[in-house]
Design a protein around this ligand. Structure first.
Ligand code: IPE
Ligand code: IPE
Ligand code: MG
Length: 247
């Protein structure tokens, strides 16, 4: 049996989130510059998107650019922005063909106008697609997102539209940029780093974490299948005891 065939359809994560890390180190190992690593990472994005759609995952969130990544050398930031426009242009046809809907989370108003426009255009073009939702986290950080949510909520409370006593976990989540996106059941990080780097802090409260040493440009379909299979061996207790969740 192939890894793909071993995956149980009944225990499939609905939402998988990935911290795509290691492009720079991958390039360095090959004696190339970091930007070559980012370019090579696009193939891995294509592979996971395809394989996620093939096995029936409904949401795939990819951490592509963090708020903190704005502090990288200008040359690298500019190259990443150009690569984004180039890749979206090159992939739109495939997104349409595979019924993929594109979404973004993050402070996208900080993106250069050209990137923002291209994203808006593609989001609108793919908005009726009913297959996989591909969520790109761009200029995203979880602390930014939570703080932003609190500010919006407080302003609604102050203007009398919302009653503080009615605020709960469910309606608070509607102020986050992931509103209408279910929490990820599985979070993958490549490159061997075992940290969250300001990603989806609220949403991963009960996610299963999976770390792999593979550098992002080397990540292939089989690596996604291996992560999903590992997820399917986990017992998710949500604070309860084993006997309660295995009835
Ligand atoms: C991930 O690879 C891509 C982005 C953060 C944009 P890195 O660029 O972080 O690569 P490493 O971690 O330096 O190897
Ligand atoms: C996290 O990777 C952000 C993205 C993958 C976009 P980083 O490479 O920026 O994270 P740190 O600096 O190693 O924590
Ligand atoms: Mg990194």
């Amino acid at each position: 049996m192939t890894l793909k065939e071993e995956i149980s359809k009944e225990k499939l994560p609905r939402h998988v989130a990935i911290i795509m890390d290691g492009n720079g180190r991958w390039a360095k190992q090959k004696g190339k510059d970091r930007i070559f690593g980012h370019k090579s990472g696009v193939a891995a994005v294509r592979e996971v998107t395809e394989s996620a759609a093939e096995i029936g995952i409904k949401y795939l969130t990819l951490y592509a650019f963090s708020t903190e990544n704005w502090n990288r050398p200008m040359k690298e930031v500019n190259a990443l922005m150009s690569l984004l426009v180039y890749s979206i242009n090159a992939e739109t046809k495939t997104l349409m063909k595979n019924n993929v809907r594109l979404l973004t989370i993050g402070d996208t108003s900080r993106l250069p106008g050209k990137v923002y426009k291209k994203l808006e255009e593609t989001i609108s073009r793919t908005s009726e697609n009913k297959g996989l939702s591909l969520v790109l986290a761009l200029s995203y950080s979880s602390r930014w997102e939570i703080l932003n949510a609190v500010k919006k909520l407080v302003s609604e409370i102050n203007s009398g539209n919302v009653d503080l006593n009615q605020v709960n976990e469910n309606n608070f989540a509607n102020y986050l940029s992931t509103k209408e996106i279910p929490d990820p059941e599985l979070l993958i990080r490549t490159s061997g780093e075992q940290r969250i780097s300001n990603f989806l802090l609220w949403q991963i409260a009960y996610s299963e974490l999976y770390f792999t040493d593979k550098l992002w440009p080397d990540f292939r379909k089989e690596d996604l299948y291996a992560a999903v299979l590992d997820f399917q061996t986990r017992e998710r207790r949500f604070g309860q005891i084993s006997e309660q969740v295995n009835f």
